[in-house]
Design a protein around this ligand. Structure first.
Ligand code: ADP
Length: 433
């Protein structure tokens, strides 16, 4: 554009100079021929000189006209390019997932893209009627016109805000200055909820893994040191300490396995289910955990239907769910407590309900129990071993089967986990009940 401006000034200067030159020549000839006593010959040669002069001027002037036409041609092409570029930018800005707000140097709102309009709950009429700030303040006071201009001018680093359960980052950029004059600022609003969740999850992971590994590692070290110091010579002590070391190693293995299991499941988007009897599978899982329940003298009741309950499932995964949920019921129930396992078939689905009369879950924790690495404070304080992954893994597996899992609990009274799975599509086909 600067080049075009220079071209135009050049053409105008040349045209002006040519006119001035022509006038000067006319005036010169007029002075020489009219005011002096020149003869007829001089007149003729004067007129011929004038004609040659006008012809030269005309040739030069035509060239100027051609350059001017070329200049306007080029200008039209430039304008078309600018127009297309603007259309492209407008479409991109409108469609972009980030919210964009542009404020001019005089605090006028120049642009609010569709995402920003949706976030600020603002429509075109509100902008026309100058109600921008009202809406912006409803979202965040960091997005008023004044805040955006100040943010751009100061080159303020991006700020994080939380609104309606989502996290946003607001960045400010000053519009390119023109000849030292400020032209306004832009605010860019990015939804960073997913990123923040991953960040929080990573923090929870580090906190949880370090917490869960520290205890068994300390046990392994201190018991091994005691054995080295001579305690190992007493066979009874040796047996006792080695058992503690093996238990600690088992817990660390569980931790690693749960993490591996989660990372595998995290990548999984579909399963290849096979029709199988859920009653039999739950019985099998219960038998596996019998020893743990007996160790705490827990009473485990079952109420199963007499007939088969066919479910399309990946047996290995569903068994993992039952073990996790039943394992929790055993872990979080005091000695001599009670656990009920019911299987309730219905027309389209089957429910597996596992209830305990254990420690229960505080109301404020219930919504988080399916989050990765979430461990209730109570479970930590009571030093109940766990990974914080059991229910997250269970939910992922149940979701993959097209089912659902829910928790109801009362602190100090007990917990009920209900797993609902769709019955097999083959149910009712010959040979299958
Ligand atoms: P963890 O390895 O900690 O048991 P889970 O994902 O299985 O991890 O469970 C998450 C949290 O939910 C537990 O730390 C615990 O606070 C709570 N919880 C789960 N099941 C029960 C239950 N039956 N009784 C009491 N609290 C439970």
């Amino acid at each position: 554009m600067k080049q075009r401006e220079d071209d135009l000034i050049g053409i105008r200067k040349a045209r002006f100079a040519s006119f001035v030159l022509l006038i000067v020549c006319f005036a010169g000839l007029f002075v020489i021929l009219v005011l002096s006593d020149a003869g007829a010959k001089a007149y003729i040669s004067g007129v011929i000189t004038l004609a040659i002069l006008v012809l030269c001027w005309w040739i030069y002037y035509r060239r100027l006209l051609f350059s001017e036409a070329a200049f306007f041609d080029a200008l039209t092409t430039d304008m078309l390019a600018v127009y297309n570029w603007r259309l492209m930018l407008e479409t991109a800005v409108r469609q972009i997932e980030d919210g964009i707000i542009v404020v001019g140097e005089n605090s006028e709102v120049l642009l609010v893209n569709e995402t920003a309009k949706a976030l600020l709950a603002i429509v075109e009429e509100d902008l026309d009627e100058g109600r921008y700030d009202e809406h912006a303040e409803g979202f965040s006071d960091k997005l008023t016109r004044e805040a955006i201009l100040a943010g751009g001018e100061e080159g303020r680093p991006p700020e994080r805000i939380e609104q309606g359960g989502r996290h946003y980052r607001i960045g400010y950029v000053e519009l390119a200055q023109e000849k030292g004059r400020r032209r306004g600022a832009v605010a860019v609003i990015t939804d960073v909820t997913e990123y923040t969740n991953v960040e929080n999850m990573q923090k929870a992971f580090v906190a949880n893994v370090s917490h869960e590994l520290r205890t068994p590692l300390t046990s392994v070290k201190s018991y091994a040191e005691t054995l080295m110091a001579g305690a190992g010579e007493d066979p009874e002590m040796l047996q006792k300490f080695l058992t503690v070391i093996v238990d600690a190693a088992d817990h660390m293995t569980d931790m690693v396995e749960a993490n591996l299991s989660w990372s595998q499941l995290d990548q999984t988007t579909y399963i290849e289910p096979e029709e199988s009897d859920i009653t039999e599978l739950v019985s099998r899982s219960m038998s596996r955990l019998d020893a743990l329940a007996s160790k705490k003298s827990l009473t485990v009741n079952r109420m199963f239907p007499d007939k088969r309950c066919p479910v399309d499932m990946d047996e290995r995964l569903i068994e993992q769910v039952i073990s996790n949920v039943l394992g929790n019921a055993i872990k979080y129930t005091e000695e001599k407590g009670r656990i009920d396992v019911d299987i309730i078939p219905s027309q389209n689905c089957v429910q597996i309900v596992i209830s305990d009369n254990g420690v229960g879950i505080p109301e404020e924790d219930i919504s988080q129990v399916f989050d990765r690495y979430f461990r209730g404070e109570k479970s930590r304080n009571r030093a109940v071993e766990g990974t914080g992954l059991g229910l997250a893994i269970s939910k992922k597996i149940v979701d993959l089967h097209g089912g659902s899992i829910g928790v109801e609990s009362r602190l100090g009274r007990g917990t009920t986990v209900t797993i609902t799975l769709p019955v097999s599509k083959l149910r009712g086909a010959s040979g299958i009940e």
